[in-house]
Design a protein around this ligand. Structure first.
Ligand code: SAH
Length: 283
């Protein structure tokens, strides 16, 4: 479960500036998504324990009262660890997912003006009326995607700034992520470039069509909510594979669909959530 992947973190030294600056201490949850509230209210799985991350660097000594810079990995370790521990308290149990959350530098995916909030459990604007998802929901959806075996090929619809794709690259062998808004596709590429993640491919296009040339997938995750899950995506699931998506308009719920046969799928409706809409076509 907590197998450490050799692909990640790759030469993250390329982005460490050797700085000792520190972000603002992780603030309490400000505007949690509904999913978080639900998780808290129904939290029967409190672990309280911070996840262990094999092979990560020692905690850095950090100076208080200083601001974070994007390149600062060591100094953001403490808030990242706190974020993963909080996510565990919110009910996410998968050690590999929590470890990935602890490793991926979320501050490198938020706008420069929002660095202080990078490790707060909220979604944040990334431009073009889109958002980087709340860390809890990212972790929860990936946990739901994972079955008992390892995830081989995974497809994400809605790359946005690339954060969830980076987290996924830590728990799956191959990750494909599609974004329909060209400047966001470019933004994700720029955000991810310094991390040099070898097992992640970004695609500009309409994710509602999936990626038939690469299918079947062992998991498909949607980061945007439609009124229903596009048929093409259901068809691109391997038998036994899962798809996790927010479904709905004003009121949305996470849905987990498992392909049980050539023409058979089962569906579970889970907690409430709040996502940007899934839209057809490209922009
Ligand atoms: N995965 C992101 C969340 C991005 S928000 C994260 O890590 O935080 C959801 C994204 O889905 C937006 O960027 C939006 O443009 C995109 N999206 C919506 N409909 C889409 C579609 N049909 N195909 C691909 N991307 C889509």
């Amino acid at each position: 479960m907590s197998e450490k992947r050799s692909q990640f973190p790759l030469p993250l030294s390329s982005v460490t500036g050797g700085s000792t600056r520190k972000p603002a201490a992780p603030a309490p949850v400000a505007t949690p998504q509904t999913a978080t509230q639900n998780a808290r209210e129904n939290n029967q799985h409190r672990t309280g324990a911070a996840p262990g991350v094999a092979g990560t660097a020692k905690p850095a000594t950090v100076q208080p009262q200083q601001t974070v810079v994007r390149s600062d990995l060591a100094a953001t370790e403490a808030p990242r660890r706190a974020m993963a521990a909080r996510t565990a308290r919110q009910g996410v149990k998968d050690a590999q997912v929590l470890a990935a959350l602890e490793i991926v530098p979320r501050h490198m995916f938020v706008e420069p003006g929002m660095l202080a909030q990078a490790y707060v459990d909220i979604s944040l604007p990334i431009g073009h009326n889109q958002t980087i998802s709340q860390p809890y929901i990212v972790a929860r959806m990936i946990e739901l995607l994972k079955g008992s075996g390892p995830l081989r090929r995974v497809l994400e619809i809605g790359t946005g700034c690339g954060y969830q794709a980076a987290v996924l690259s830590f728990v799956a062998q191959e990750v494909y992520s599609i974004e329909r808004i060209k400047p966001l596709h470019e933004l994700a590429k720029a955000n991810l470039r310094p991390l040099r993640i070898a097992n992640l491919r970004l695609q500009y296009g309409d994710g509602m069509l999936g990626l038939p040339q690469v299918a079947p997938f062992d998991g498909i995750i949607l980061a945007a909510a439609g009124l229903e899950v596009p048929r093409a995506l259901l068809e691109q699931l391997a038998i036994g594979a899962r798809l996790v998506a927010p479904v709905g308009a004003q009121v949305q719920h996470l849905q987990r669909i498992t392909r049980t046969g050539k023409a058979e799928w089962t569906s579970e409706t889970l907690e409430a959530c709040h996502f940007v809409p899934l839209r057809p076509g490209i922009a």
